[in-house]
Write a protein that binds this ligand. Structure first.
Ligand code: HEM
Length: 302
């Protein structure tokens, strides 16, 4: 080992007011790190707990867990944009490319759900999961709040219902996803939505307050003369996340719940056929970038 490294190590512990020799002796006895400890493999593989004996329930659980991990990777990148003090175009582009790559992973792998499970098994074990639904994925909702001013999460047709200068509470009253949380028959709130709001609504409002003026959309607006490529990356991400993913997800819901026009009720109890279509949701992270282009029919080339 080079003397320089020994010297630097001694300096490090001396600066901390510690005795360097004790630390160097400790290294003599430390066990080598292993893959399984570092990656926490045993913990990770202990987190799948099916509620039935249907084999494909394990596929269903693991794929949802993979999605939650990818959403965590995405949030990790988004935070590095929105909280970066010295944000510039190269950093922005690099992070957007990562976000697009992760969204593409979610889109191209979704056939694990559509074609990778038995239709009959899914329709049996899913009943055990009522009233749980992917609708209750909090990461999905947090990510939206990082990306766009809260007002953009109210469908354009509903924005007129808001008072002038609406508060965060006002906006949450009309946020697009609440429309999936009422029983179509009697208009009462579903248990799926109540449980979700009990657990997460305060945290969502807190994040929305913190993000005011510094969402991904607003950080983009502060970039001087954004290049065509940056604009294209923004649009590609918006379109992939808010049109392409919802469409593969909807196609899967149709495959299991609407075979031969059956229109089965989903575990979350929503009017899912209407609700899940991007046209109905009107969710757009960067609406100002779509003035001259069709959002639903965008054909990106980055
Ligand atoms: C067999 C596979 C799946 C089916 C049939 C399905 C079906 C549905 C349905 C019908 C809804 C509407 C809410 C409800 O009434 O429950 C929904 C919402 C949702 N699901 Fe899935 N889903 C599937 C897989 C997944 C996966 C793997 C994820 C990943 C986490 C996911 C995430 C979501 C999200 C985030 C929502 C809310 C969408 C929004 O508000 O725009 N789903 N799903």
């Amino acid at each position: 080992m080079s003397d320089d490294i020994i010297k630097a190590l001694k300096q490090k512990y001396t600066d901390l007011g510690e005795n360097p020799t004790n630390y160097l002796k400790g290294l003599l006895h430390a066990k080598p790190i292993t893959y399984w400890d570092y990656v926490e493999v045993d913990t990770l593989l202990s987190l799948q707990k099916p509620r039935t004996n249907y084999k494909d329930e394990t596929v269903f659980i693991i794929y949802h867990q993979v999605t939650e991990l990818v959403l965590k990777l995405m949030t990790h990148e988004i935070k590095q944009i929105v909280f970066e003090d010295d944000l510039n175009e190269p950093i922005f582009k690099d992070k957007l490319k990562r976000l697009i790559r992760y969204t593409d992973m979610l889109i191209t792998s979704f056939d694990v759900m559509k074609d990778g499970m038995s239709y009959d098994d899914y329709n049996e074990f899913r009943m055990t999961l009522t009233p749980a639904s992917g609708f209750q994925s909090a990461q999905f909702r947090f990510l939206e709040i990082y990306c766009t001013p809260l007002i953009n999460l109210v469908h354009q047709n509903k924005q007129s219902l808001l008072p002038d200068s609406p508060s965060i509470d006002d906006i949450f009253e009309h946020i697009y996803w609440r429309s999936a949380g009422y029983n179509p028959e009697d208009g009462s709130k579903t248990l799926t939505l109540s449980l979700f709001e009990d657990k997460y609504l305060d945290q969502l409002k807190e994040l929305a307050t913190e993000m005011q003026g510094q969402t991904l959309a607003e950080r983009f607006n502060n970039i001087d003369n954004p290049s065509e490529q940056l604009i294209k990356l923004m649009k590609t991400f918006d379109h992939a996340y808010n049109v392409k993913w919802p469409l593969v997800h909807l196609k899967t819901a149709q495959h299991y719940l609407d075979k031969k026009g059956e229109n089965k009720q989903a575990t979350g109890g929503s009017e899912w056929k209407k609700y899940l279509h991007p046209k109905h949701q009107g969710r757009q992270f960067f609406p100002e970038l779509w003035k001259d282009d069709s959002f639903l029919e965008f054909n990106e080339v980055v």
